[in-house]
Write a protein that binds this ligand. Structure first.
Ligand code: ATP
Ligand code: MG
Length: 244
């Protein structure tokens, strides 16, 4: 079969658009479930990983793509680490899990990241037999109704709301109900990890250990690149520097 120049250009454009995203939907008779774990990941931590793993298991997802936000819409007033560093840490943290994947999809996009745009682009990339599941914590689910183009988001993907210590699932549920928008949300009870990226940044700043809060490779990266005020020698604990 000969392809026309237009068709070849279309195939090339599709490959570029898909980038590092997984190939899914090849078998038309089956349904595929793609999990998307969005976040700032500054840095990624075990709370993110546990929530994604639980969503993978409970919802029978085929794979979970971790997508660090380029310039997060709701964190414009805050100092956020370079996308390249957040992507690198996400890659390190997910590299030993066969059904996790880190993607540059958002960090490579110029401008502010809006989840509605991301979901729209993903919907255009994948065939109908690929369902999109956007995974978030309870805090983010409660806010989602106020995100840009919430109604459009509701029609593009299903949502997974993971419990998160300190955030009320009931508040998330009532915010969704009150919005009147047709959100399809599955709520998940995940093993509670009262961890946040802010807490990790604070610990690094104080020279405290990150062990068991995030994979050691992430801690190594933070110190090697002196993120969050880390010293290269500290290596996630006070180490030699902390000794009297
Ligand atoms: P920060 O403290 O900088 O806001 P964070 O820990 O909230 O960071 P984000 O990158 O903002 O991390 O979160 C990405 C997604 O992961 C959000 O949907 C958030 O609700 C979810 N999430 C973060 N931490 C947890 C946790 N400990 N348990 C469950 N979900 C979590
Ligand atoms: Mg947060």
């Amino acid at each position: 079969m000969e392809l026309s120049l237009d068709e070849i250009e279309q195939v090339a454009a599709d490959v570029v658009e898909r980038g590092d995203l997984p190939t899914l939907g090849q078998e038309p008779s089956r349904t595929y479930r793609l999990g998307i774990m969005g976040g700032t990941f500054d840095p990624i931590h075990n709370g993110h990983l546990v929530a994604a793993e639980q969503a993978f298991d409970d919802l029978g997802l085929d794979t979970v793509v971790f997508m660090p936000a380029g310039r997060p819409a709701f964190k414009q007033d805050k100092q956020v680490s370079a996308g390249e560093d957040r992507y690198a840490m996400t890659l390190l943290a997910t590299s030993d899990n066969p059904h996790f994947l880190a993607s540059r999809f958002e960090v490579d996009r110029p401008g502010i990241t809006y989840t509605a745009d991301t979901l729209e682009r993903l919907r255009a990339i994948y065939p109908e037999n690929v369902e999109l599941y956007f995974i978030t914590g309870a805090d983010a689910i409660a806010d989602i109704v106020s995100w840009r183009e919430a109604g459009r988001m509701a029609s593009l993907a299903r949502f997974v709301g993971a419990t998160r210590p300190g955030y009320d699932l009931a508040r998330a549920k009532s915010a969704i109900a009150k919005s009147g928008l047709p959100f399809d949300v599955t709520y998940l009870e995940v093993p509670a990890l009262a961890i946040s990226s802010s807490y990790l940044r604070e610990r690094v700043r104080r020279g405290q250990s990150l062990r068991y809060l995030t994979p050691d490779a992430v801690t190594g990266y933070i110190h090697k690149h002196k993120l969050y005020g880390a010293s290269q020698l500290g290596y996630g604990s006070k180490g030699a520097e902390g000794r009297e």
